[in-house]
Ligand binder design. Structure first.
Ligand SMILES: [Zn+2]
Ligand SMILES: [Zn+2]
Ligand SMILES: [Zn+2]
Length: 211
């Protein structure tokens, strides 16, 4: 499957908070199989193919949307399939250039209403250009009040996105050829374990493509 050209149905909201205004984009339908929780090395979500595709499309959209907060309310997911206990978490992707204080998120989220339906056609995840190691930026990851924030830039989302591209475009073949194989995307964030955000296909429901 190619990521490019896939359609992501979203809801777009504009939230006013004091003098500031934020554009928030979230999936029109909840991701059914993507419980997000704290694991040993960072955070982990266990996905089926449909949820993996939604997260990858959200990531590709966030990469190109420096003025938008991308919100994946993963707390609404099926909670059965997970490798560790602990509270269910949400995921938010945003650019550092937005200057968003993470502690404000709770107020922004509380003001979200219905939102305007908008379908995003995924433009894919371009290969990253090699950059010298000394100038490599990294994504930042933080957990604040039950939400996992990934804060980056176009280039850091693009670097992290390669793992999502493989998850969508290559892993279905791996899992077909060797059904029990461990297939995942591993995202690195600054000052965290190298595999800080671990997106792994569920052993039992990996073949489901319901949407
Ligand atoms: Zn794989
Ligand atoms: Zn893994
Ligand atoms: Zn499952």
């Amino acid at each position: 499957m190619r990521l490019e050209g896939e359609r992501w149905r979203t809801l777009v909201s504009t939230v006013r908070l004091g003098r500031d205004e934020y554009r928030v984009v979230r999936p029109a339908r909840p991701l059914r199989h993507a419980p997000l929780y704290e694991g040993y090395m960072g955070v982990e979500t266990c996905v089926d193919k449909a949820a993996a595709l939604d997260i990858a499309m959200a990531w590709a959209f966030a990469m190109r949307s420096p003025r938008t907060v991308v919100y994946l309310p993963l707390r609404q997911s099926d909670r059965e399939c997970r490798s560790s206990d602990g509270p269910a978490l949400d995921l938010v992707l945003l650019h550092r250039s937005l200057g968003f204080r993470l502690s404000k998120w709770r107020d922004v989220r509380a003001k979200l209403r219905g939102g305007r339906p908008h379908t995003v056609v995924c433009r894919g995840m371009p290969q990253e250009r090699p950059v010298p190691r000394w100038s490599q930026e990294m994504l930042r990851g933080a957990i604040v009040e039950g939400t996992v924030f990934v804060v980056g830039s176009r280039s850091t989302f693009q670097a992290g996105g390669q793992a999502f591209r493989q998850l969508i475009e290559d892993c279905p073949r791996h899992m077909h050829e060797a059904p029990g194989t461990h297939c995942c995307a591993e995202i690195t964030a600054k000052d965290q374990h190298w595999n800080w955000l671990h997106v792994v296909y569920c052993d039992q429901h990996r073949v489901s493509t319901r949407r």
